[in-house]
Design a protein around this ligand. Sequence first.
Ligand SMILES: Nc1ncnc2c1ncn2[C@@H]1O[C@H](COP(=O)(O)OP(=O)(O)OP(=O)(O)O)[C@@H](O)[C@H]1O
Length: 553
Amino acid sequence: MDQTVAGTIAPLREIIAIWRPYRGRLLLGGLLSLCALASGLMLMGAAGGRLAGAAIGLSVAYIAVRLAGIGRIVLRYVERLFTHDAMFRALAAVRVWFYRKLATSSAAGLGFRRSGDLLSRLVSDIETLDSLYLRLAIPLAGAVLAGPVVSVIGWRTEHGLGLGLAVLFALSAFAFPAIAAYVARRNGAALSQAEVDLRIAALDFSGGLREARAFEAEAQLVDRIEARQEQLYTFQQQQSRRLAIAGASSFLCSQIAILLALGAISVWGSVHVDLLQATILLFIVIAVFEGTMGLTRAGLTFAQVSHAALRVSEVARSQQHAGTTAVIPAMRGDIVLNDISFRWADDRRPVFKNMTLTIRCGERVALLGPSGSGKSSLAALLLKVVTPDSGSIVFAGDDIAGLDTDQWRKRIAWLSQSTHLFDDTIRNNLLLVRPEATDEALWHALDQARIGDFVRALPDGLDAWIGEGGSRLSGGQGRRIALARTLLSDAPILILDEPATGLDADTERDFLRTLNETTTGRTVLLIAHRLTGIEKLDRVWRLQDGQAVAMPL
Ligand SMILES: Nc1ncnc2c1ncn2[C@@H]1O[C@H](COP(=O)(O)OP(=O)(O)OP(=O)(O)O)[C@@H](O)[C@H]1O
């Protein structure tokens, strides 16, 4: 992970750019917060002045205390209302942005990401981002305002005192928080990784509870969770210890500052007017330095926020990388794989070795091969989830590497081996690919997938709720809903990865017949272990040793 300053700042700038529409509200919230702070300082100063005045028999107007007191309460309330409202809106914008980035990769990339990691990014990382404004920017702006105030009043009492207070303030409000940020930043990556690991273990456990029970492996999985929890605690403890030192140092500075102000009272207190000024100073020092205590935490917050911003923006960056060029793909064309070689990782064996094949526009072709031969990897390459190590994939004469990724994926309807069904109605699951589709079109697609009669028999029909991942359906029924969704899409290219998984032999035959009839004019890539003999195909290849070998029809 990039640890440089630029690597830290760039993701934060990206997040701040998403907040741009709320700039006015955020600035107003900040301004109100500074006004609340100013009235708080005035209140303390006025209270100090009145106390000293009472001690020396000087009449100091009570009105200032009242006004500052009321002002502080009202401003604090309005400020909280504004800053939190602005922040909730800004975070909602980040969530929408994040979802959009995920949605554009939903054709493929998600299947290759760990869901626990994604959940962490979506929930805790985005939540952490509110600290950037509420616990970082606002307290820092407050410190920038309060520091000069206390130094100037100190300077007017005695130059050396003003200087001393300024140094103590700089240490307490800026230096120690910066050290805390540095320490926390160093630990931050390990800490958030430990959080993600724990979340993945917990999700794994809850998702695989049935298997864990069946194999009596619950204790083993619980041990795994506990080990990861332990690891997280260890990192948290280390972090807390170091932060406690930074916090204590900052606290020490504030206590020295108060001692200095008390010293000022004892030195200059014999002269009435100076006593007044020194007491005001003491009260303001107490208020200002109390505010700096939270800044050490802001240092920690900075580390957490910069990590969160990096993790959240990483998702976007992979998308931007994939779609930086704006070449819009043609609607139709041949797909040509030119001499492509590909392996998933350097330490894995190559999946393709200088493979060349051409899928002509409107052809119905099949790609066969034993498990692990690379059929799904080819789909991943076509969908631009991964790029070939060498060679190129060309569509209608354009290298797909140069095509706009979002637009390219819109040309493809893809049915993966584990296509996801959403916890929603049948209708909404189908409308995902064609939001404007009529009920007639939905029923047509369901009939093509041989599931129309089943849906008609449901009390709620198209509005029946199918549960998480289609849990209220049988495996085969869910598969057919997913098939219907793919058939509903009007994309010119269909990639069907083992479409018959979970279907009985009769339904499989029916479905393949439908496929023969309904996909005329579209390019269909059928990925399968073997053929049934019903498929009407223009070409068949068998994947073997990283090559596509043409098979007789
Ligand atoms: N995300 C991934 N990361 C690393 N290696 C992968 C990944 N996906 C697939 N592989 C590896 O690439 C090779 C080809 O896998 P692929 O899924 O393309 O095969 P397949 O022909 O579709 O298999 P099956 O018929 O079992 O679905 C396998 O050795 C597999 O382990």
